[in-house]
Ligand binder design. Structure first.
Ligand SMILES: [Zn+2]
Ligand SMILES: [Zn+2]
Length: 178
């Protein structure tokens, strides 16, 4: 069974609680081992000085080269991510591919008021969402499903961290026991 590797690729100190929470959510959602991967390298070449953000597409390609291989790899960062057509993204993945990335940079809204747990819950949802894409899942219209589109924090808060029944079935069809 293809494992999921979770790799902190941020510039700040690794947030162990956050990364471990993400790891546990992934293991549960995809019913397979999810393990932490520690590498010292960082995708600094993905930084665009004009936008002062990191290009998520560049990070995805880098994760495939620099990562452990033999599974899906999720990079978790504190750097702000973008794709050329959007102001920012919470994350990105290759549909049916080997890599996904998520960022805490834009998920901090209201965290000071509500508490740090909110950030942890949000990043876990976005992690399951992007890794879902890496397993071939597309966006889902079922209320509460983690594969719902979430362009803003409000939509992230409205969904759960779980795959709906249809997405679970689809996941099995796409990946079988692999
Ligand atoms: Zn998506
Ligand atoms: Zn769904």
């Amino acid at each position: 069974m293809v494992p999921i590797f979770v790799w902190w690729i941020g510039e700040g100190e690794v947030e162990r609680d956050l990364v471990d929470h993400v790891r546990r959510h992934l293991a549960r959602a995809f019913e397979r081992p999810a393990v932490l991967w520690n590498g010292e390298e960082r995708p600094r070449h993905a930084y665009d000085p004009r936008r002062k953000q990191h290009a998520s597409g560049v990070i995805l390609r880098w994760l495939l080269e620099a990562g452990p291989g033999g599974g899906k790899v999720l990079g978790v960062t504190d750097r702000d991510l973008f794709i050329p057509i959007l102001t920012y993204v919470f994350g990105e993945a290759q549909l049916g591919g080997g890599a996904a990335v998520v960022s805490t940079a834009r998920l901090g809204e209201d965290v000071e008021r509500v508490g740090p747990r909110l950030l942890v819950e949000r990043i876990a949802k976005e992690a399951v969402h992007e890794v879902g894409h890496a397993f071939g899942l597309v966006h889902c219209g079922t209320h509460g499903c983690v594969m719902a589109r979430s362009p803003a924090v409000r939509e992230v808060d409205e969904k759960t961290s779980e795959l709906c029944g249809e997405c679970r079935e689809r996941l099995l069809e796409l990946n079988g026991g692999a």
